[in-house]
Design a protein. Structure first.
Length: 316
């Protein structure tokens, strides 16, 4: 298969791209920056907010692409609260990806987020109860608008899609905390250095997804969408269990043999404080079966971080 991955220099894109190559597929990555982790992923530098859509279409035609996995985005909720114009850029990128899929006549997988559910304190959230009137942040709004574009393209132009709503993906290729502070690598970094950590929201409970489980779900989506077995569906893709940030810090402390020094502050604006995914639809229609509980994922993550050596490749 020939797959185009937008945002291929990011965490999920890097893991997905390497996995596809490993199993013998061809990929083309597009991103606005070089991949900081590996030179193995063929990458075209394209800024999807400014480069015109015809550039993406040219690449699709030139590389005989059969499906787009659209991951490119500004993916940090709190940054978009500070700079909401970047949320609008997310919408532009999704529009460009959907347009390219329409013009090329190929299916698209869109990376959405649990943020579309807002902070509604549901213990179990299934796909049918996204409540778009409670968009929690500009990032949530960008994912809601992105999903709406994808649905409208299926409706008006018969562009087949799968939408995945991811949740706190962690694991390999996520420790670039100088670019983007994600809670798991940030806590690992600080606890391992003996530095204190701050938890914004003592009760905050989230569904942490080990990256291999996330990639497993996307691979199943690619296969089933290309075969026509599944199309025009929206899935929660997570582990399906809640853990508090205190649990996360304690598991990291346990794996490192260090007692974490934790202090608490109130939740920040725009943040979701409770989310546990109902993943039964993905289990039933895709055969998705996440295999890595947080305790095991954290151990793998820490082992990977210790073994990882950053290669000497350009970063921009
Ligand atoms: N990782 C998670 O926990 C999580 C959770 C929910 C949703 N998502 C969504 O999944 C997708 C992938 O997430 P990730 O964790 O790999 O994020 P990431 O930030 O690691 O990767 C996103 C990539 O998009 C690229 N990008 C940003 N603006 C661009 C532009 N104008 N043109 C081209 N490329 C651009 C970035 O350079 C980056 O490499 C995103 O859409 C994100 O919103 C991720």
């Amino acid at each position: 298969m020939n797959i185009l991955i937008t945002g291929s220099s990011g965490q999920i894109g890097t893991n997905l791209g390497l996995r596809l190559l490993e199993r013998g597929d061809s990929i083309l990555g597009i991103d606005k920056r070089h991949n900081p982790w590996t030179t193995e992923l063929p990458t075209k530098i394209v800024d999807m907010t400014t480069d015109c859509g015809s550039r993406i279409l040219e690449l699709i035609t030139g590389y005989d692409i059969q499906l787009i996995v659209h991951l490119a985005a500004h993916a940090k909720v709190f940054e978009l609260v500070r700079e909401p114009s970047r949320a609008l850029e997310n919408v532009t990128m999704t529009f460009r990806a959907a347009e390219a899929a329409r013009l090329a006549g190929i299916p698209i997988i869109f990376a959405s987020s649990r943020e579309v559910y807002g902070d509604i304190h549901r213990h179990i959230t299934n796909e049918s109860c996204a409540d778009f009137v409670v968009a929690e942040s500009p990032y949530s709004a960008s994912k809601i608008a992105g999903e709406a574009f994808i649905y409208s393209y299926a409706q008006c132009y018969s562009t087949p899609y799968i939408v995945f709503r991811f949740s706190n993906v962690y694991g390999r290729y996520d420790n670039d905390i100088d670019r983007m502070e994600r809670v798991t690598p940030l806590f690992i970094h600080r606890i391992s250095q003996g530095e204190p950590i701050v938890i914004f929201g003592k009760e905050k409970t989230l569904d942490f997804t080990y990256v291999d489980d996330c990639v497993q779900g996307i691979l199943l989506g690619i296969e089933k969408l290309l075969s026509g077995e599944v199309k025009n569906q929206t899935f929660n893709l997570a582990y399906g269990q809640g853990n508090s940030l205190v649990d996360l810090a304690n598991l990291i402390g346990e794996a490192l043999g260090i007692d974490p020094n934790i202090s608490f502050k109130p939740t920040q604006a725009g943040e979701v404080t409770r989310y546990i995914a109902d993943i039964s639809l993905a289990r039933n229609l895709l055969g998705y079966n996440p295999a890595t509980p947080l305790s095991e994922g954290i151990r793998k993550c820490i082992e990977w971080g210790k073994a990882y050596k950053r290669p000497d490749i350009p970063i921009n």
